[in-house]
Design a protein around this ligand. Sequence first.
Ligand SMILES: Nc1ncnc2c1ncn2[C@@H]1O[C@H](COP(=O)(O)OP(=O)(O)OP(=O)(O)O)[C@@H](O)[C@H]1O
Ligand SMILES: [Mg+2]
Length: 230
Amino acid sequence: MLLQASAIKAGYGPTLIVDDVSLRIEPGEIVCVLGRNGMGKTTLLKSLLGLIKRTGGTVQIAGRAVDGWPAHRIARLGVGYAPQERAVFHELTVGDNLRLCLSRGVDGSALASVLDTFPVLAGKLGQQAGSLSGGEQKILVLAEAILGSPGLVVLDEVVEGVQPSIVNRFIEVIRTVNQRSGSAFLIVEQNIGFALKLASRFLVMKGGRIVDEGPTQEGTRTAVERHFIL
Ligand SMILES: Nc1ncnc2c1ncn2[C@@H]1O[C@H](COP(=O)(O)OP(=O)(O)OP(=O)(O)O)[C@@H](O)[C@H]1O
Ligand SMILES: [Mg+2]
């Protein structure tokens, strides 16, 4: 098992947001977590990655119990993360944003490979990341997450605000990284079509809990969409 999370509870101050969520990911597997706004998806990811404190449950990643570990130590186990809020360093150039990832043990050839994948970034290496368009920032955030093909890549609404042709490109890139390097993906999405094209297993979150889960198959989309109706 690459990731095993059991009975996770997390929230902000006294407010419990994620309540008793369990999740497992096998090496090389693509799993998606779907759910409407405010259902606790981002909070779940942050609690798995050591970015907010859990109030209950346990997490194992790559065979290590990571409870209490800071986020940078978890990242060094081989976890790439694309945060929802386009967390790029605005004042730094595109090139420097990418080079910062070298500190998590990624080498120069990985950088060359990601620039090959996203030529739009290669053409803007000297531009301040904060001046990239919204969609270009999403490309940068995805590029950073897959840099070095980590064992686990966590994507939080990576296609939000991205035009359809680039969404299709993201699908190709994610499939290629998954198939060539065996990276597993945990994909959190509102875009059900995008997520279900990639994932072999889905979970639906509602009110901080998992209300539905299973393998993706014919009929999954209709079943999932039912959970999105208010
Ligand atoms: N820093 C915070 N402090 C207090 N409450 C927060 C904080 N961040 C999120 N919340 C609350 O936690 C709940 C879940 O938010 P979360 O961001 O996890 O949802 P989400 O499922 O990712 O939604 P979206 O699809 O809109 O990204 C929301 O009610 C939100 O207002
Ligand atoms: Mg979110």
